[in-house]
Design a protein around this ligand. Structure first.
Ligand code: TXA
Ligand code: MG
Length: 312
C-alpha cells in the first residue's frame, strides 16, 4: 500500500523522508522519487525501486539558493545570473560536488546535478525535510516518466512509502540539464523546456550540445528511455501516415491536432506525451503512431523524448 497524501500532509511526507523512507512528490516537470541526501540507505532504495543502474546519477532538489553551497563547490560566477533567470524552474545545473554529499547520489562522479523546482509542494517538502532531496523521475527505469500521482501508484505499488498528489504536472517533460562542470565549456546534457538559445542569452556565451564523447560525464544518456511496451512509429508527412493506415491494425495515433481519420487518438504535447504513452500501453494497442507536425518538430525537448520512445 502506498500512502496517498495531499498538500495538507506535507509534514507527514517530510517525516517519512527524515525516517529514511522514499516519497514521490510533484514538480512542475514530472513527479520525482525523493530521499534525503544524508540517508544513504534511502538513496540505495531509490535505485532498487526504479531498477536504475547504479552508474546513473540523481538530481538533487533544493528549496532555496542558500542550500546550493552545501552540495556544490567552486560555484561559477555565472550561477547567480542563471538562477535569477531560470530558478525556481525546469533548469538543472551540473557543478562540482561538495565532499560532504554521499558519492552514491552522483554515482561516484565528481559532479552534482542541482535543481530548484518551482512547484510549491516540492519546495515546501524540501524545506520541511530540512535538507536537499535527491530525486530521479518517479518511473520504473526505461518507462515513460510520471506526470500524475496515478502513474506513480501504477509503477511503485508496494515499493515506496507514499506519494504526494499535486495533480497533473504543468510542463510534462523533464528539466533542461546544463553542465557547467567546466565553466569555459558549457554543455547541454538533456534538452527541455528552457532552450539552448535562452541559456546562451543569459550566459553570454555559446553552449554546445552533448556529443557521444561526453558519455562518461553523463552516464544516464546511454540508457533506453520512455519506452512503452508497444512499438512506436513516427510520421512527419500526412501522405506517409495515410499510406500506413491503408493496412489495418489495433493502432492509436498521437497527434497535436485531430485529423478526420478513422483511428483512436491521444493528445500530443510536452504536457501530454508521457500520459498518452502510458494510456496507449494500458489500453493494449499493438502500435503507437506519432504524427510530428511542424510545431512538434521545432520543439527540441519534446522531439528528444519522442525519438527516445521510438528507438526500438
Ligand atoms: O525535471 C527533472 O529533472 C526531474 C524532476 C523530478 O526534477 N528529474 C529527472 O531526474 O528527470 P532523472 O534522474 O530521471 O534524470 C536526471 C538526468 C539523468 O539523465 C542523469 O544521468 C543526469 O540527469 N544526471 C544526474 N546527475 C548528473 C551528474 N552529476 N552529471 C551528469 N548528468 C547527471
Ligand atoms: Mg528519468
Amino acid at each position: 500500500m502506498i500512502l496517498r497524501l495531499g498538500s495538507s500532509d506535507i509534514e507527514t511526507a517530510a517525516n517519512l523522508l527524515k525516517r529514511g523512507e522514499i516519497v514521490a512528490f510533484p514538480t512542475e516537470t514530472v513527479y520525482g522519487l525523493g530521499a534525503c541526501i544524508s540517508h544513504t540507505d534511502a538513496l540505495r532504495k531509490i535505485f532498487a525501486a526504479k531498477g536504475r543502474p547504479l552508474d546513473n546519477p540523481l538530481i538533487v532538489h533544493i528549496a532555496d539558493i542558500a542550500q546550493l553551497s552545501s552540495i556544490a563547490i567552486d560555484i561559477p560566477d555565472s550561477i547567480p545570473h542563471l538562477a535569477k533567470a531560470f530558478w525556481p524552474g525546469p533548469m538543472t545545473l551540473v557543478l562540482k560536488r561538495h565532499p560532504d554529499v554521499p558519492s552514491i547520489v552522483s554515482a561516484g562522479l565528481p559532479t552534482i546535478a542541482v535543481r530548484l523546482p518551482s512547484h510549491p509542494i516540492a519546495r515546501e517538502l524540501i524545506r520541511a525535510a530540512g535538507e536537499p532531496i535527491a530525486a530521479p523521475s518517479a518511473n520504473l527505469s526505461g518507462k515513460p516518466s510520471s506526470t500524475q500521482a496515478r502513474h506513480v501508484l501504477d509503477d511503485f505499488e508496494g515499493k515506496i512509502a507514499a506519494v504526494l498528489d499535486g495533480g497533473a504536472a504543468t510542463l510534462g517533460i523533464e528539466s533542461t540539464v546544463l553542465s557547467l562542470y567546466n565553466p569555459s565549456d558549457p554543455v547541454i546534457l538533456r534538452p527541455g523546456e528552457i532552450t539552448k538559445e535562452q541559456l546562451e542569452w543569459v550566459l553570454g556565451a555559446p553552449i554546445r550540445h552533448r556529443q557521444t564523447e561526453d558519455q562518461a560525464s553523463s552516464p544516464g544518456m546511454k540508457y533506453r528511455h520512455y519506452a512503452p511496451a508497444a512499438p512506436v512509429k513516427l510520421f512527419t508527412s500526412q501522405p506517409d501516415l495515410l499510406k500506413h493506415l491503408d493496412k489495418k491494425g489495433k493502432w492509436v495515433l498521437l497527434s497535436r491536432e485531430r485529423m478526420s481519420l478513422d483511428i483512436d487518438y491521444l493528445p500530443l504535447s510536452s504536457k501530454d506525451l508521457f500520459a498518452s504513452l502510458r494510456t496507449a500501453d494500458t489500453d493494449g494497442y499493438e502500435e503507437i503512431l506519432i504524427y510530428c507536425d511542424e510545431e512538434t518538430l521545432r520543439h527540441e525537448g519534446l522531439m528528444n523524448r519522442i525519438l527516445k520512445a521510438s528507438s526500438h
